[in-house]
Design a protein around this ligand. Structure first.
Ligand code: MGD
Ligand code: MGD
Ligand code: MO
Length: 769
């Protein structure tokens, strides 16, 4: 495969013709265009499947609720290309390890259960029964149930997740590391501390009533394209969109609706963000504090003049505590600190405070630019503080909106994929299934990897995902996986994690995806998922599975549980034959799911509700709590001395996490390459270098480990000085396993202290990592 590399600015709006063209190209290039197009038309409709792309809600405005990147995700999964036994007979693992991530997934869908054979260095076919027996043998040999790690990636259905956590807990462990630990953990933790529920308080329709929408640390043009429709409609109504993003992102600046044919014929490409601020990496807490400081000043001036203040005093009195300490913390923060840390001037922050002040209804959204820092929980809580002062909770068109990643990551948590389960959850499981669940907390992702490195883990099972490539500190993560006796991956496609096998055994179990029809003994099955707005709805695949050997995730989890635990207490296989039985279990054990099987038949599903949006705050005091944290002294976790640059690792337009669809990042003007480093032109000049030069990136950390990636091409970009950006997962080797968020253990993927040096090898050959 050949790629032509180029850097050229993208001049059109995000969306529009460019995105329609790209979608058509992806759909038509794939082996079965017709099936793909039919699938796309049904995606996110009441019949059909939920888009595996992202967790944004379904929009009633567009005729076809899909977007360019959803189309890529669907056609990537629904390919007729297969990586079957022939492929594995032809390739040793040593040879496959030399291939790129792109090559591995491009081979197509996994079709047969496989077991690693060390003698031939190949994966060989194995029967399902034998595969389950291998797993049972290893698990039975463990001295303690905590020697098992059960990883989940956020695509797994509610039904599969529920069985998975039940299996782990009956066995006796709460070791449920998941992708969320690397993603929105800080949102859940911060929101729970502040408002007692770890989920957003808004619904999709709130975007239709907001007067202002503040978007923090998020790139919806690429990662949540359907969100652009909501932003666009809001902007058209005259709502103010204020974006905080370290980079200038095309999708946030301008957007033409690619699903509105008329609009494509006109040159109009609505401006989205009227105000676009570029904070330093990790500068959002300081920015929000500055906004509050400005608003507090006006509030006091008004009170002193005998006028009503700005804040929503009735809401504050009735529903919150901690305001005095918080306002004292705001007073104690000086403008110099705010300006230095945020990188935004007092004047700009006062301007934005004015927009906030004039809006009756404000929504704040955020994603990884807020959650992947050391002080992310404090930052989330600062956003909540701002909203609480104005009572922006529980009223239409206002509230808090962490925009989730994987399409069912929120549902996974609801189902109990949680290493720190509440006692209430465990009590209900215990009562319904008649067992004594473990009460000690389990491992999150970082703790699981650390335990593996200490040889405290025998078996790793992953329900989707690509742990080896998604986790930080690539070398240490690989070392961790190798130290397990058995690694088991339940996957749709071949990926890096499959190539790093446990020291005694390794299995790959091929699973059906969202788009595939799922036939079980009781007939065709659907699964359920929950979006970012707590809407639970059904998803039913339409395509004929590529191989009769592929099994659904639910059936695989049930098969493992049956082999390990037998079916006396829970009839796992009956549940795999008829998912209604699992939904009955869920209805009996999880709040909000009464009459699940009946309510799920409603078109569009049902809303789980949100206690905080109804002024019920499940905190220690029963009130929403202001957080009074001081701004951190430094936002970048560092070792012995401050680093010259801070690096964030992010997604290109042609990737889904560790899945690389192609080598373009159209909106940022990057074509045919991924080994680029975005830097301010003056910083490039300051290093005595030029645009296009190759550099090495080295992490400055205090554990004596040398972490470097090399040969990255400098790209001059609109980014504040001292800040850098490069793509994930190529830069994961730079994120130290021991650098994670306070209270979250989320790797600090958006603030890595680094040093840049000219590349020794100014290699010009194309590297596809
Ligand atoms: N097509 C596609 N869709 C996806 C995904 C995908 O890979 N591809 N991934 C899914 C997943 S799992 C997730 S979690 C989401 C991720 O969605 P995003 O959070 O949008 O993902 P990132 O690419 O990490 O982008 C981070 C954005 O925040 C900005 N940023 C980084 N640090 C800071 C900061 O400190 N302050 C501010 N204000 N801005 C900052 C970056 O410039 C960038 O625009 O998307 C989901 N949807
Ligand atoms: N440096 C850095 N690291 C990061 C991030 C970052 O921004 N920077 N982001 C973090 C974030 S937000 C996340 S969510 C994680 C993502 O971490 P993961 O969720 O572990 O990774 P993915 O790349 O989404 O997983 C892709 C694999 O999932 C499998 N798969 C796809 N669909 C299905 C399915 O329907 N069922 C099953 N069983 N398997 C399926 C395929 O085999 C595919 O290879 O990465 C994190 N890591
Ligand atoms: Mo994520």
């Amino acid at each position: 495969m050949k790629f032509k590399s180029a850097i050229k600015p993208y001049r059109s709006a995000a969306g529009g013709w460019g995105s329609l063209e790209a979608t058509t190209r992806f759909v038509l290039d794939s082996k079965q265009a017709l099936k793909n197009i039919r699938n796309l038309l049904r995606v996110n409709k009441s019949r059909g499947f939920d888009c595996p792309g992202c967790a944004w809600g379904d929009d009633s405005h567009s005729t076809f609720s899909f977007c360019e990147n959803g189309a890529k995700a669907v056609s990537w999964e629904a390919t007729r290309k297969a990586a079957g036994p022939d492929f594995f007979a032809a390739h040793t693992l040593s040879a496959l390890r030399r291939q790129s991530d792109y090559f591995l997934e491009y081979q197509g869908r996994l079709t047969h259960p496989l077991r690693y054979d060390a003698a031939s260095d190949r994966y060989l076919p194995i029967s399902w029964d034998d595969a389950f027996a291998v797993i049972a043998r290893h698990i039975h040999a463990m001295e303690h149930p905590d020697r098992l790690e059960l990883y989940t990636s956020g695509r797994a259905s509610n039904e599969a997740s529920f069985l998975y956590q039940l299996f782990g807990r009956i066995l006796g462990t709460n070791n449920f590391p998941d992708c969320s630990n690397m993603c929105h953990e800080a949102s859940g933790t911060g929101l729970k501390q502040s408002i007692g529920v770890g989920k957003g308080t808004v619904r999709l329709q709130d975007f239709e009533q907001a007067d202002a929408i503040f978007v923090f640390g998020q790139n919806p043009g690429t990662n949540h394209p359907r969100m652009l429709h909501s932003l666009r409609h809001a902007a058209d109504r005259g709502a103010h969109i204020v974006a905080f993003n370290t980079l200038r992102e095309r999708g946030l600046e301008r957007f033409a609706n690619p699903q509105n044919p008329l609009e494509l014929l006109t040159p109009r490409s609505g401006a989205i963000s009227e105000t676009y601020l570029q904070p330093n990496l990790g500068g959002d807490m300081a920015a929000v504090r500055g906004i509050v400081k400005a608003l507090l000043e006006t509030h006091r001036q008004r009170l002193n003049a005998g006028q009503p203040g700005l804040f929503d005093q009735p809401f504050i009195d009735a529903h919150t505590d901690g305001i005095t300490a918080y306002l004292a913390a705001v007073d104690a923060t000086d403008w110099a600190h705010i300006e230095r840390q945020s990188g935004i001037s007092e004047e700009q922050l006062r301007h934005v405070a004015g927009i906030y002040q004039r809006a009756q209804r404000v929504i704040c959204t955020w994603a990884m630019g807020v959650t992947q820092h050391k002080h992310s929980v404090a930052t989330v809580r600062e956003i909540v503080n701002l909203q609480l002062l104005f009572g922006q909770l529980g009223k239409p068109g206002a509230g808090l909106c962490p925009v989730r990643g994987h399409s069912n990551v929120q549902g996974n948590r609801t189902m109990g994929i949680d290493e720190k389960p509440s006692d209430a959850l465990l009590d209900r499981l215990a009562a319904h299934f008649g067992f004594t669940p473990p009460r000690r907390h389990g491992h999150n992702t970082v703790q699981a990897l650390e335990a593996m490195l200490r040889d405290e883990v025998s078996v790793l099972i992953t329900l989707g995902g690509n742990l080896a490539a998604a986790a930080p500190d690539t070398e240490r993560t690989a070392e961790a996986l190798i130290r397990c006796d058995l690694t088991v991956h339940i996957s749709t496609k071949l990926n890096r994690s499959h190539l790093i096998t446990g020291r005694k055994d390794a299995l790959i179990l091929p699973t059906l995806g969202r788009t595939d029809r799922d036939e079980q003994a009781a007939g065709s099955q659907f699964i359920t998922v929950e979006d970012s707005f707590s809407m639970v709805h059904a998803s039913e695949g339409v395509g004929q599975p590529l191989s009769p050997e592929q099994r659904s995730e639910t059936a695989i989890v049930a098969g493992i549980a049956h082999a390990v635990l037998g079916s006396e207490r829970v009839d796992w296989l009956a549940r795999a034959a008829d998912y209604n039985l699992i939904r009955d279990d869920i209805a009996a054990t999880l709040p909000g799911f009464a009459d699940f099987n009946q309510r799920i038949t409603a078109p569009g599903g049902f809303w789980l509700g949100n206690a905080a949006a109804e002024y019920r705050f499940n905190t220690a005091t029963g009130k929403a709590r202001f957080g009074a944290a001081a701004l951190p002294v430094s936002v970048v976790p560092h070792g012995d001395a401050p680093a010259p640059f801070t690096l964030q690792t992010l997604r290109s337009h042609d990737q889904y996490n560790t899945t690389i669809y192609g080598l373009d990042d159209r909106y940022r003007g990057v074509y045919g390459q991924r080994d680029v480093l975005f830097m301010h032109p003056d910083d490039i000049a300051g290093l005595g270098l030029q645009d296009g030069d190759r550099v090495d990136i080295e992490t400055l950390w205090h554990d004596g480990v040398f972490r470097q990636v090399s040969g990255f091409r400098l790209v001059g970009y609109a980014i504040p000085r001292g800040n850098l950006a490069a793509y994930y997962p190529e830069t994961n080797p730079l994120v130290p396993l021991s650098s994670y968020g306070d209270d979250t253990f989320t790797p600090t993927s958006k603030s890595i202290p680094v040093r840049i040096t000219p590349s020794a090898a100014q290699a010009d050959q194309l590297r596809i990592a």
